[in-house]
Write a protein that binds this ligand. Structure first.
Ligand SMILES: Nc1nc2c(c(=O)[nH]1)N[C@H]1C(S)=C(S)[C@@H](COP(=O)(O)OP(=O)(O)OC[C@H]3O[C@@H](n4cnc5c(=O)[nH]c(N)nc54)[C@H](O)[C@@H]3O)O[C@H]1N2
Ligand SMILES: Nc1nc2c(c(=O)[nH]1)N[C@H]1C(S)=C(S)[C@@H](COP(=O)(O)OP(=O)(O)OC[C@H]3O[C@@H](n4cnc5c(=O)[nH]c(N)nc54)[C@H](O)[C@@H]3O)O[C@H]1N2
Ligand code: SF4
Ligand SMILES: [Mo]
Length: 757
């Protein structure tokens, strides 16, 4: 085990990591049933919430051509009428003073209003010039898990089949890439086998690296309801910071950041040592591996775990051995059903893929998988990271419908569907996110189009990447201006917002759901799909992009899904229904609750039981993955861990939430959470201005002691929504990334903290 880092401070953490039960469940429900402050609307239009990957169904009330109210869709299985505070306040994001109404182009160093024609001609001439002079790989597209599926599908087709480059990336790389690689390496295909319905069937919840109380509030309320309905339900929360999610935990385990791998290996050790495995399941459905092709025997795997006895891991993680044993027993109890949930605390790390493999291990060793309530469930962040990027082929190494760029057969299948000559699709994966923005810095990437994401605020190590965005020919499709990205652009294209356009979102439980157009966009703003189609025409790709409507795009995308593991409902069905969890092989099929399981999954035949059919031998993999620390651990010079994340009221870079008074007032200026003991030691009081300095930059925040979250000693926490230069925390962060998934390590770096004068 790699345990170079030991600090006495963390021994203190053990004192607070003893098992504890927090009473008062349900008292902190940040969800609302039904509308707030609602007038009767002229009509109600069905859609999906604009924000998180929970994917709550909404009904937007429209009066006089404006959205005047939003309520939860009572017929959507996700939320059954509920919404959280952000969802309910959605009408207030539509017509803010910073909505971008006209295209902008940079002239003499300044962004000035231009016509659509002028702006698009400029974009097309720059792209054409660059492709001619420097080749197709000199241009790139950086999209988002917040686009509609039709938008990303069309854009990636233009880039790959038209321009001839795989430089098609998206912000899910910063978010879900490690979860994707975890699913692919363990089960042979992306996305969870379970759905949210497992919440109501589970007895034990293992939440690690997820603050769902703030990041997935409606799902969290379903967990609370489950707990309130049955005193037998137990919740384990593992997170170095005591969050609102931890408030409902029976077992709260704070531990040294990035030591999750050791914790999970220790749980596996206990499960095997105490005979809590499901040997028949292991024999029938799994195999053991070390790397992608290095097979192991079960005995070799057991030998590997000898490094992870609870006693050894107690020192490594700061969790008492007895607690590790207790939670492992609870996890594996054959009379209980166990649902694991994880999110960015797990994924945003240099060993995010391995962490994902290890949580899958626990379910495979115990056979707690593919039955109601037993499931490893990766929580998805953005509303359509799955639907619009992981499924449509919106990352530089993947193609539509769970295909891979590097796989010739997959490329040929798409060439046939798209009617282009064999060999048209480039075989080399494009730049991953940090490579793409680095290529802008080095000058290799000449033109970059950014859509529905704000990398000028959300990338790590910003002082390195921002000059690249300034230097390259940068096109930004945005709903608001200025943002920390649009201010760097050469062309800014005004985009229609959610419900000003029709399209499809796919949430974290494989649910594809349709958003109808409810109102017209303001000014000259237009749907991104219209802009993409316009671009295709001007580039000479009309044949590739014959679409006029999202429905036409969907019809072609469905052809790409045929014969794969992810067939989806037709547009007609999507328009009429309230979301369908795929696979849905045809319009008469019901939605699928559990993948890989007989009786649920249409691709598993009678008598087959559980079948991990996306792997050649139908077996899932149990991996031996060692603990490896974060790339930058604290040392004498930079003695604190910094971690970053979110808060309930704000959405990422706060372009949408920052102008909603109710949300803004909840957190007008971001602060830094500091542990009480550390603050005392450093003479810092609540509200004092504090410098946070890393090897890359310094930011200044007011100190918050015993706030909403309580970091363990040695850890400070900042949410990244504040765009003010002094508080732009992403300047401070390191840009290390996972070698497998290429996902950046947003969750861990080393800093100094000092009282600012
Ligand atoms: N309100 C709101 N909700 C959102 C979003 C938003 O911006 N605002 N964004 C959405 C998106 S895109 C995403 S990806 C999700 C993110 O949802 P979450 O991942 O739940 O949220 P975060 O706050 O990023 O991080 C979760 C926790 O990871 C912990 N953590 C830090 N280091 C470690 C570690 O080493 N190990 C472990 N196990 N945990 C660690 C942090 O202490 C933090 O409490 O939220 C989605 N929902
Ligand atoms: N420090 C730190 N940094 C992080 C993370 C972290 O945990 N810590 N998490 C990472 C993760 S998980 C994520 S997902 C990213 C998110 O980071 P970003 O994607 O950069 O953040 P958003 O604020 O969601 O940006 C979406 C942008 O799209 C615009 N927009 C909204 N609707 C539309 C539309 O319909 N069309 C167009 N064209 N534009 C639209 C919004 O105004 C906004 O500017 O941040 C990453 N960065
Ligand atoms: S939980 Fe997520 S999807 Fe549901 S209303 Fe809140 S932000 Fe929207
Ligand atoms: Mo995310």
């Amino acid at each position: 085990m790699d345990m170079k880092f030991t600090r006495r401070d963390f021994l203190k953490a053990m004192a607070i990591s003893a098992a504890m039960f927090t009473a008062g469940c349900g008292t902190k429900r940040d969800t609302h049933k039904g509308p707030v402050d609602q007038k009767d609307a002229e009509k109600w239009v069905k859609g999906v919430c604009r924000y998180c990957g929970t994917g709550c169904g909404v009904l937007a009330g429209v009066t006089g051509g404006k959205i005047v109210a939003v309520k939860g869709d009572p017929d959507c299985a996700v939320n059954k009428g509920r919404l959280c505070v952000k969802g309910i306040l959605l009408p207030k994001i539509m017509n803010t003073p910073d909505r971008l109404l006209h295209p902008l182009i940079r002239k003499d160093g300044k962004l000035v209003e231009a016509s659509w024609d002028e702006a698009m001609n400029l974009v097309v001439s720059k792209f054409k010039e660059s492709i001619e002079k420097y080749g197709p790989d000199s241009v790139g597209f950086y999209g988002s898990g917040q686009t509609y599926a039709e938008e990303t599908y069309t854009m990636q087709k233009i880039f790959r089949a038209g321009i001839g480059t795989n430089n098609v990336e998206g912000n899910p790389r910063t978010c879900m890439a490690s979860a994707v690689a975890g699913f692919v390496t363990t089960y042979g295909a992306d996305e969870p086998m379970g759905t949210y319905a497992d919440i109501e069937a589970a007895d034990t919840f293992f939440l690690i690296g997820s603050n769902s109380a703030e990041a997935h509030p409606v799902l969290f309320s379903r967990i609370i309801d489950r707990k309130n309905s049955d005193p037998n339900v137990k919740i384990i929360v593992a997170d170095p910071r005591k969050t609102r999610t931890a408030d409902i935990a029976d077992y709260y385990l704070p531990f040294i950041p990035s030591r999750d791998l050791a914790l999970m290996n220790a749980m596996a050790y206990v499960i095997i040592e105490e005979g809590l495995t499901n040997e028949k399941f292991i024999a029938d459905h799994t195999e053991f591996m070390k790397g992608a092709s290095d097979k192991l025997t079960y005995d070799e795997y057991k030998a590997f775990l000898q490094d992870y006895t609870p006693e050894k891991v107690e020192t490594a993680c700061g969790i008492p051995a007895a607690t590790i044993r207790e939670v492992a027993r609870l996890f594996a109890d054959p009379n209980r059903k166990t649902m694991s949930m994880w999110c960015m605390g797990f994924n945003q790390r240099t060993r995010g893929v391995w962490a994902n493999n290890l949580v899958h291990n626990l379910h495979l060793l115990t056979g707690k998988i593919c039955t109601p309530g037993n499931t490893p469930f990766s929580l998805t962040g953005q509303p359509s990271a799955c639907g619009s990027v992981r499924e449509t082929g919106g990352l530089s190494h993947i193609l539509p419908a769970h295909r891979f760029v590097a796989n010739e057969k997959h490329r040929n299948e798409l060439e046939e569907i798209w009617g282009v000559p064999k060999g048209t699709l480039p075989s080399k994966p494009g730049y991953h996110t940090l490579e793409m923005f680095k290529a802008a810095v080095t000058g290799d990437l000449k033109c970059l189009w950014v859509m529905t994401t704000n990398p000028g605020q959300s990338l790590p190590n910003l002082n390195y990447y921002r000059p690249g965005m300034e230097k390259t020919f940068l096109v930004v499709s945005e709903t608001y201006h200025p943002t920390r990205t649009s201010e760097l652009a050469d062309v800014v294209l005004p985009a229609a917002l959610w419900m000003e356009k029709e399209g499809v979102y796919g949430n974290g439980e494989r649910r594809t759901n349709h958003i109808a157009k409810a109102v017209d966009p303001p000014g000259e703003a237009r749907p991104d799909l219209d802009t993409i189609i316009d671009f295709a025409k001007r580039m000479g790709f009309e044949k590739l992009v014959p679409f006029k409507t999202p429905e036409e795009v969907w019809a072609e995308y469905q052809k790409c899904q045929a014969g794969t593991d992810m067939q989806m409902a037709s547009y007609k069905r999507l328009r009429e229904g309230h979301g369908f969890t795929w696979p849905v092989p045809d319009d008469n099929s019901p939605e699928t609750y559990i993948r890989y399981a007989e009786g649920y999954d249409p691709y598993v035949k009678k008598g087959e039981g559980i079948k991990f059919y996306c792997r050649k031998n139908n077996r899932a993999v149990i991996y031996a993955r060692p603990q490896i620390d974060a790339q930058e651990m604290p040392d004498a010079e930079y003695p604190f861990f910094l971690t970053t994340g979110r808060m309930l009221e704000h959405w990422h870079t706060a372009t949408m939430t920052g102008n909603v008074p109710e949300l803004k007032n909840a957190a007008p200026e971001m602060y830094v959470e500091i542990n009480e003991e550390d603050a005392k030691r450093l003479g810092i009081s609540d509200g004092d201005l504090v410098n946070i300095t890393s090897r890359r930059a310094t930011c200044k925040f007011k100190a918050k002691i015993n706030g909403r979250g309580k970091p363990m000693p040695g850890l400070v926490y900042v949410s990244f929504h504040d765009k003010e230069e002094d508080r732009l925390i992403n300047k401070v962060l390191l840009d290390a990334f996972d070698p497998g998934s290429k996902q950046p390590e947003y969750k861990v770096c080393a800093v100094q903290i000092s009282k600012a004068s």
